[in-house]
Design a protein around this ligand. Structure first.
Ligand code: 8YV
Length: 320
Protein backbone atom coordinates (compact mmCIF):
# COMPACT_ATOMS: atom_id res chain seq x y z
CA UNK A 1 0.00 0.00 0.00
CA UNK A 2 1.29 3.43 -0.88
CA UNK A 3 1.82 5.80 2.02
CA UNK A 4 0.61 9.38 2.38
CA UNK A 5 1.68 11.88 5.07
CA UNK A 6 -0.64 14.77 6.02
CA UNK A 7 1.26 17.45 7.91
CA UNK A 8 -1.79 18.81 9.80
CA UNK A 9 -4.70 17.16 11.62
CA UNK A 10 -7.71 17.03 9.28
CA UNK A 11 -11.31 16.01 10.09
CA UNK A 12 -11.71 12.22 9.76
CA UNK A 13 -14.62 12.56 7.30
CA UNK A 14 -12.25 13.81 4.59
CA UNK A 15 -10.15 10.65 4.86
CA UNK A 16 -12.79 7.91 4.68
CA UNK A 17 -12.81 7.47 0.91
CA UNK A 18 -9.00 7.10 0.78
CA UNK A 19 -8.30 4.65 3.63
CA UNK A 20 -9.21 1.58 1.55
CA UNK A 21 -6.44 2.17 -1.00
CA UNK A 22 -3.76 4.04 0.94
CA UNK A 23 -2.02 4.06 4.27
CA UNK A 24 -2.59 7.56 5.67
CA UNK A 25 -0.53 9.14 8.43
CA UNK A 26 -2.18 12.26 9.83
CA UNK A 27 -0.07 14.52 12.06
CA UNK A 28 -1.58 15.36 15.44
CA UNK A 29 -0.26 18.94 15.25
CA UNK A 30 0.97 21.26 12.51
CA UNK A 31 4.33 19.78 11.55
CA UNK A 32 7.21 22.21 11.24
CA UNK A 33 9.48 22.19 8.19
CA UNK A 34 12.07 20.32 10.24
CA UNK A 35 9.55 17.67 11.29
CA UNK A 36 8.41 17.20 7.69
CA UNK A 37 12.02 16.76 6.53
CA UNK A 38 12.65 14.07 9.12
CA UNK A 39 9.32 12.26 8.57
CA UNK A 40 8.95 12.31 4.78
CA UNK A 41 11.46 9.59 3.87
CA UNK A 42 9.09 6.63 3.70
CA UNK A 43 6.13 8.38 2.03
CA UNK A 44 4.94 8.31 -1.60
CA UNK A 45 2.55 11.21 -1.15
CA UNK A 46 2.94 14.35 0.95
CA UNK A 47 0.10 16.75 1.77
CA UNK A 48 1.46 20.05 3.09
CA UNK A 49 -0.50 22.66 5.02
CA UNK A 50 1.27 26.00 5.04
CA UNK A 51 4.71 24.36 5.20
CA UNK A 52 7.34 25.03 2.56
CA UNK A 53 7.97 22.05 0.32
CA UNK A 54 11.47 22.96 -0.80
CA UNK A 55 14.57 21.11 -2.00
CA UNK A 56 15.33 19.87 1.48
CA UNK A 57 11.90 18.24 1.80
CA UNK A 58 12.06 16.75 -1.69
CA UNK A 59 15.59 15.44 -1.27
CA UNK A 60 14.58 13.80 2.00
CA UNK A 61 11.48 12.29 0.39
CA UNK A 62 13.29 9.57 -1.51
CA UNK A 63 10.02 7.82 -2.46
CA UNK A 64 7.97 10.94 -3.13
CA UNK A 65 5.76 10.79 -6.24
CA UNK A 66 3.35 13.60 -5.43
CA UNK A 67 3.04 16.66 -3.19
CA UNK A 68 -0.33 18.32 -2.55
CA UNK A 69 -0.79 21.87 -1.40
CA UNK A 70 -3.68 22.95 0.81
CA UNK A 71 -4.57 25.94 -1.35
CA UNK A 72 -4.73 27.13 -4.91
CA UNK A 73 -1.59 29.29 -4.64
CA UNK A 74 1.47 27.05 -4.59
CA UNK A 75 4.27 29.58 -4.11
CA UNK A 76 5.27 27.61 -0.97
CA UNK A 77 6.24 24.66 -3.18
CA UNK A 78 9.42 24.60 -5.24
CA UNK A 79 7.48 23.11 -8.16
CA UNK A 80 10.33 23.64 -10.60
CA UNK A 81 12.56 21.42 -8.50
CA UNK A 82 9.67 18.96 -8.09
CA UNK A 83 9.34 18.83 -11.89
CA UNK A 84 13.09 18.21 -12.24
CA UNK A 85 12.79 15.33 -9.78
CA UNK A 86 9.69 13.90 -11.48
CA UNK A 87 7.45 14.70 -8.49
CA UNK A 88 3.90 15.77 -9.35
CA UNK A 89 2.40 18.79 -7.56
CA UNK A 90 -1.35 19.13 -7.05
CA UNK A 91 -3.40 21.97 -5.56
CA UNK A 92 -7.02 22.92 -4.76
CA UNK A 93 -8.08 25.12 -7.68
CA UNK A 94 -11.85 24.74 -7.50
CA UNK A 95 -12.67 24.54 -3.79
CA UNK A 96 -11.36 27.92 -2.63
CA UNK A 97 -13.15 30.01 -5.25
CA UNK A 98 -16.46 31.00 -3.68
CA UNK A 99 -15.23 31.35 -0.12
CA UNK A 100 -12.34 33.56 -1.27
CA UNK A 101 -14.53 35.62 -3.57
CA UNK A 102 -17.07 36.16 -0.79
CA UNK A 103 -14.38 37.29 1.63
CA UNK A 104 -13.04 39.64 -1.02
CA UNK A 105 -16.47 41.16 -1.50
CA UNK A 106 -16.85 41.46 2.27
CA UNK A 107 -13.52 43.34 2.44
CA UNK A 108 -14.53 45.57 -0.48
CA UNK A 109 -17.76 46.49 1.28
CA UNK A 110 -16.16 46.81 4.72
CA UNK A 111 -13.40 49.00 3.34
CA UNK A 112 -15.51 51.25 1.11
CA UNK A 113 -18.22 51.69 3.79
CA UNK A 114 -15.64 51.74 6.63
CA UNK A 115 -17.52 49.09 8.63
CA UNK A 116 -14.42 48.09 10.60
CA UNK A 117 -13.62 51.73 11.39
CA UNK A 118 -17.09 52.38 12.81
CA UNK A 119 -16.87 49.15 14.78
CA UNK A 120 -13.51 50.17 16.31
CA UNK A 121 -14.89 53.60 17.26
CA UNK A 122 -18.09 52.30 18.81
CA UNK A 123 -16.13 49.92 21.02
CA UNK A 124 -14.21 52.94 22.30
CA UNK A 125 -17.42 54.77 23.11
CA UNK A 126 -17.26 57.05 20.05
CA UNK A 127 -20.56 57.75 18.26
CA UNK A 128 -19.45 59.97 15.40
CA UNK A 129 -22.05 60.35 12.66
CA UNK A 130 -21.87 63.70 10.85
CA UNK A 131 -24.79 63.96 8.45
CA UNK A 132 -22.73 65.00 5.43
CA UNK A 133 -19.50 63.05 5.32
CA UNK A 134 -17.46 61.44 2.57
CA UNK A 135 -16.11 58.85 4.96
CA UNK A 136 -17.97 56.02 3.21
CA UNK A 137 -18.17 55.48 -0.54
CA UNK A 138 -21.32 54.08 -2.11
CA UNK A 139 -20.50 51.02 -4.21
CA UNK A 140 -23.41 51.21 -6.65
CA UNK A 141 -22.25 52.44 -10.08
CA UNK A 142 -18.60 52.61 -8.90
CA UNK A 143 -15.91 50.82 -10.86
CA UNK A 144 -14.13 47.77 -9.51
CA UNK A 145 -10.79 46.94 -11.13
CA UNK A 146 -10.00 43.23 -11.00
CA UNK A 147 -6.32 42.41 -11.52
CA UNK A 148 -6.13 38.73 -12.50
CA UNK A 149 -9.20 37.22 -14.17
CA UNK A 150 -8.88 33.55 -13.18
CA UNK A 151 -11.46 31.57 -11.22
CA UNK A 152 -11.46 33.85 -8.17
CA UNK A 153 -11.25 37.08 -10.20
CA UNK A 154 -14.26 35.95 -12.22
CA UNK A 155 -16.26 35.00 -9.11
CA UNK A 156 -15.50 38.40 -7.55
CA UNK A 157 -16.55 40.15 -10.77
CA UNK A 158 -19.85 38.25 -10.81
CA UNK A 159 -20.63 39.08 -7.19
CA UNK A 160 -19.60 42.73 -7.61
CA UNK A 161 -21.79 43.27 -10.69
CA UNK A 162 -24.60 41.67 -8.64
CA UNK A 163 -24.43 44.56 -6.16
CA UNK A 164 -24.35 47.19 -8.88
CA UNK A 165 -20.65 47.80 -9.50
CA UNK A 166 -19.13 48.17 -12.96
CA UNK A 167 -16.19 45.83 -13.45
CA UNK A 168 -13.06 46.37 -15.52
CA UNK A 169 -10.18 43.92 -15.48
CA UNK A 170 -6.60 43.28 -16.48
CA UNK A 171 -5.01 39.89 -16.98
CA UNK A 172 -1.96 38.82 -18.96
CA UNK A 173 -4.40 36.67 -20.91
CA UNK A 174 -7.43 38.56 -22.17
CA UNK A 175 -10.67 36.55 -21.90
CA UNK A 176 -12.75 35.61 -24.96
CA UNK A 177 -15.38 38.24 -25.94
CA UNK A 178 -18.25 35.84 -25.05
CA UNK A 179 -16.82 35.42 -21.57
CA UNK A 180 -16.42 39.18 -21.13
CA UNK A 181 -20.03 39.55 -22.14
CA UNK A 182 -21.19 36.78 -19.81
CA UNK A 183 -19.38 38.37 -16.85
CA UNK A 184 -20.26 41.94 -17.92
CA UNK A 185 -16.62 43.02 -17.68
CA UNK A 186 -14.42 45.30 -19.78
CA UNK A 187 -10.75 44.58 -20.44
CA UNK A 188 -8.22 47.43 -20.06
CA UNK A 189 -4.45 47.69 -19.90
CA UNK A 190 -2.99 47.52 -16.39
CA UNK A 191 -2.39 51.30 -16.01
CA UNK A 192 -5.86 52.09 -17.33
CA UNK A 193 -7.45 49.77 -14.80
CA UNK A 194 -5.47 51.57 -12.08
CA UNK A 195 -6.53 55.00 -13.31
CA UNK A 196 -10.21 54.19 -13.83
CA UNK A 197 -11.07 52.12 -10.74
CA UNK A 198 -12.71 53.24 -7.51
CA UNK A 199 -11.44 50.02 -5.97
CA UNK A 200 -8.68 47.65 -7.10
CA UNK A 201 -8.72 43.98 -6.08
CA UNK A 202 -5.87 41.51 -6.67
CA UNK A 203 -6.46 37.93 -7.81
CA UNK A 204 -3.19 36.72 -9.25
CA UNK A 205 -0.62 34.15 -8.13
CA UNK A 206 2.64 35.37 -6.58
CA UNK A 207 5.79 34.85 -8.62
CA UNK A 208 9.20 36.54 -8.32
CA UNK A 209 8.22 38.62 -11.36
CA UNK A 210 5.36 40.38 -9.58
CA UNK A 211 7.06 40.95 -6.22
CA UNK A 212 6.17 44.53 -5.18
CA UNK A 213 4.18 45.10 -8.38
CA UNK A 214 2.14 47.38 -6.11
CA UNK A 215 4.46 50.08 -4.79
CA UNK A 216 4.30 53.85 -4.32
CA UNK A 217 4.49 54.45 -8.05
CA UNK A 218 1.60 52.04 -8.69
CA UNK A 219 -0.53 53.56 -5.94
CA UNK A 220 0.12 57.02 -7.44
CA UNK A 221 -1.51 55.81 -10.67
CA UNK A 222 -4.75 55.12 -8.76
CA UNK A 223 -7.41 57.71 -7.95
CA UNK A 224 -6.89 59.49 -4.61
CA UNK A 225 -10.41 58.38 -3.73
CA UNK A 226 -9.76 54.72 -4.59
CA UNK A 227 -9.44 51.67 -2.36
CA UNK A 228 -7.07 48.71 -2.57
CA UNK A 229 -7.96 45.09 -1.67
CA UNK A 230 -5.59 42.12 -1.49
CA UNK A 231 -6.79 38.56 -0.87
CA UNK A 232 -4.13 37.07 -3.19
CA UNK A 233 -0.56 37.09 -1.86
CA UNK A 234 1.24 39.58 0.38
CA UNK A 235 4.56 39.94 -1.43
CA UNK A 236 2.82 41.33 -4.55
CA UNK A 237 2.51 44.50 -2.46
CA UNK A 238 5.23 46.63 -0.91
CA UNK A 239 3.59 46.97 2.50
CA UNK A 240 5.69 49.95 3.59
CA UNK A 241 4.66 51.79 0.43
CA UNK A 242 1.02 50.87 0.97
CA UNK A 243 1.16 52.24 4.53
CA UNK A 244 2.65 55.47 3.16
CA UNK A 245 0.02 55.71 0.42
CA UNK A 246 -2.69 55.35 3.08
CA UNK A 247 -1.04 57.83 5.47
CA UNK A 248 -0.46 60.48 2.82
CA UNK A 249 -3.86 60.20 1.15
CA UNK A 250 -2.41 58.83 -2.10
CA UNK A 251 -5.29 56.34 -1.93
CA UNK A 252 -8.29 56.38 0.40
CA UNK A 253 -8.37 52.97 2.07
CA UNK A 254 -7.36 49.33 1.94
CA UNK A 255 -8.53 45.87 2.91
CA UNK A 256 -5.96 43.10 3.33
CA UNK A 257 -6.20 39.39 4.02
CA UNK A 258 -2.58 38.61 3.13
CA UNK A 259 0.75 40.10 4.18
CA UNK A 260 4.32 40.24 3.02
CA UNK A 261 5.65 38.44 6.06
CA UNK A 262 2.89 36.33 7.58
CA UNK A 263 2.01 36.12 10.43
CA UNK A 264 3.50 39.58 10.99
CA UNK A 265 1.67 42.46 9.28
CA UNK A 266 3.89 45.58 9.11
CA UNK A 267 3.41 47.56 12.35
CA UNK A 268 2.68 50.73 10.31
CA UNK A 269 -0.46 49.09 8.92
CA UNK A 270 -1.77 48.29 12.38
CA UNK A 271 -1.67 51.98 13.31
CA UNK A 272 -3.87 53.09 10.41
CA UNK A 273 -7.60 53.72 10.70
CA UNK A 274 -8.36 53.55 6.95
CA UNK A 275 -7.71 49.83 6.64
CA UNK A 276 -9.54 46.57 7.34
CA UNK A 277 -7.34 43.58 8.16
CA UNK A 278 -8.03 39.84 8.36
CA UNK A 279 -5.45 37.08 9.04
CA UNK A 280 -5.34 35.11 5.73
CA UNK A 281 -8.77 33.56 6.24
CA UNK A 282 -10.44 34.21 2.89
CA UNK A 283 -10.92 30.48 2.21
CA UNK A 284 -11.74 29.71 5.83
CA UNK A 285 -15.25 28.28 5.76
CA UNK A 286 -15.73 24.67 6.82
CA UNK A 287 -17.30 23.90 3.42
CA UNK A 288 -14.29 25.24 1.52
CA UNK A 289 -11.69 23.71 3.83
CA UNK A 290 -13.27 20.23 3.71
CA UNK A 291 -13.55 20.56 -0.06
CA UNK A 292 -9.90 21.62 -0.30
CA UNK A 293 -8.72 18.64 1.75
CA UNK A 294 -10.72 16.25 -0.46
CA UNK A 295 -9.60 17.91 -3.69
CA UNK A 296 -5.94 17.67 -2.69
CA UNK A 297 -6.25 14.07 -1.49
CA UNK A 298 -8.07 13.09 -4.69
CA UNK A 299 -5.17 14.58 -6.65
CA UNK A 300 -2.65 12.57 -4.62
CA UNK A 301 -4.71 9.39 -5.00
CA UNK A 302 -5.00 9.84 -8.76
CA UNK A 303 -1.24 10.32 -9.17
CA UNK A 304 -0.43 7.33 -6.96
CA UNK A 305 -2.81 5.20 -9.05
CA UNK A 306 -1.05 6.23 -12.24
CA UNK A 307 -3.63 8.74 -13.47
CA UNK A 308 -3.29 12.41 -14.44
CA UNK A 309 -5.63 14.51 -12.25
CA UNK A 310 -7.07 17.84 -13.47
CA UNK A 311 -5.44 19.61 -10.52
CA UNK A 312 -1.84 18.67 -11.27
CA UNK A 313 0.20 21.78 -12.00
CA UNK A 314 3.12 20.00 -13.69
CA UNK A 315 1.40 17.28 -15.79
CA UNK A 316 4.56 16.85 -17.85
CA UNK A 317 6.06 14.67 -15.11
CA UNK A 318 3.16 12.22 -15.46
CA UNK A 319 3.19 12.08 -19.25
CA UNK A 320 6.66 10.59 -19.55
C1 8YV B 1 -4.61 28.95 2.14
C2 8YV B 1 -4.74 30.14 0.05
O1 8YV B 1 -4.01 27.94 1.47
O2 8YV B 1 -5.79 28.82 -1.60
C3 8YV B 1 -4.86 29.56 -1.31
O3 8YV B 1 -3.97 29.86 -2.13
O4 8YV B 1 -3.98 31.03 0.28
C4 8YV B 1 -5.56 29.65 1.18
O5 8YV B 1 -6.62 28.88 0.82
C5 8YV B 1 -5.27 28.43 3.33
O6 8YV B 1 -5.68 29.52 4.04
C6 8YV B 1 -4.37 27.59 4.20
O7 8YV B 1 -3.26 28.31 4.63
Amino acid sequence: MKKILLTYPVPAQTLDQFTKDFSLTVADHKLSHEEVVSAVKEYNGLFVFGVKADRQVMDAGKKLEVIANFGVGYDNIDWKYATEKGIAVVNTPTQVTDATAEHTLALIISTMRDIAGYDRELRQGVWKTPLFSDRATELTDRTLGVIGFGRIGKAVAKKATGIGMNVIYYDVYRAQPELEKEYKVTYMEFDKVLANSDCITLHMPFTEKNRHLFNLETFRKMKKTAYFINCARGPIVNEKDLARALQEGIIKGAGLDVFENEPHPSPELLQLSNITLTPHVASSTMKARLGMAKEALSGIAAVLKGNIPYNVINPEVLKK
